[in-house]
Design a protein around this ligand. Structure first.
Ligand SMILES: Nc1ncnc2c1ncn2[C@@H]1O[C@H](COP(=O)(O)OP(=O)(O)OP(=O)(O)O)[C@@H](O)[C@H]1O
Ligand SMILES: [Mg+2]
Length: 235
């Protein structure tokens, strides 16, 4: 579904990613683990078209998407749940969800089934549908961000640190839902610092350190590998 080869991302003199290769297959849940500044956000932003690619190849459904505009990439079936969630606080929960259908929706198309699906995953969002998004708790806001990602009807969803700033019990709930979503023929690419939760739900894992992939494998193997901690925290 997604193939990244030899990806390099630079900000002026700063090299954020160097020779990164990874793959996400259909229906697979892949986690990229890395500490602060490892390059996780840069990786997702390059894939979804928000960060320029200095070198390398990014393919989505067997087509090169390097240099394509983010809105075209979304329309072709990739949604990105950004770091910090990117919710529009002055709009209601329902309006935030509705906006995310723009890539596919034509006049007269119903979004009832899409809303129902999101509400059944996150009943709190149904309760709060007419509330302004700014009034949500951190956990609810993350759920809304994921709900929005789903409203775009993606084939693959990229998630940037869904655990960020949330209490441990909420993080567990968010990852439970991601596990449920992953079981519904949707591919997920999750970048995380929270290795424990990500390893719990992912099929395969890459470890990113200082812009390089330093380790990869099935989640069960990476979890039990004594080199994991060292790889994760870098030198
Ligand atoms: N817009 C930018 N301009 C300059 N340097 C940047 C920019 N964005 C990121 N960087 C640098 O690129 C490197 C990777 O940053 P990135 O945000 O991708 O890491 P991250 O793994 O997402 O970190 P965090 O866990 O803090 O979110 C860092 O050294 C960072 O300082
Ligand atoms: Mg980041």
């Amino acid at each position: 579904m997604i193939q990244v080869k030899g990806l390099e991302v630079r900000y002026g003199a700063v090299t954020a990613l160097q020779d990164v290769s990874l793959q996400v297959d259909e229906g697979e849940c892949v986690a990229v683990l890395g500490a602060n500044g490892a390059g996780k956000t840069s990786l997702l932003r390059a894939i979804s078209g928000f960060a320029p690619t200095a070198a390398g190849e990014i393919r989505f459904k067997d087509e090169s998407i390097v240099g394509q505009r983010p809105e075209n990439i979304v329309r072709s079936g990739m949604s990105h749940v950004p770091e910090g969630r990117g919710i529009l606080g002055q709009l209601t929960v329902r309006e935030n969800l509705e906006l995310a259908t723009a890539p596919w929706r034509r006049r007269g198309d119903s979004i009832d089934e899409d809303l129902e699906r999101v509400h059944s995953l996150f009943p709190k969002l149904a309760e709060r549908r007419d509330q302004r998004a700014i009034s949500l708790s951190g956990g609810e806001a993350q759920m809304l961000a994921i709900g929005r990602g789903l409203m775009a009807r993606p084939r693959v969803m990229l998630l940037d640190e869904p655990s960020l700033g949330l209490a441990p019990v909420i993080v567990t709930r968010v990852f439970d839902v991601l596990e449920e979503v992953a079981a519904q023929q949707l591919a997920l690419l999750i970048v995380e610092q929270n290795a424990k939760q990500a390893l719990r739900v992912a099929d395969r894992v890459y470890v990113l350190s200082q812009g390089n992939v330093v380790m990869e494998g099935p989640a069960a193997e990476v979890r039990d590998d004594p080199k994991m901690a060292e790889a994760y925290f870098g030198v």
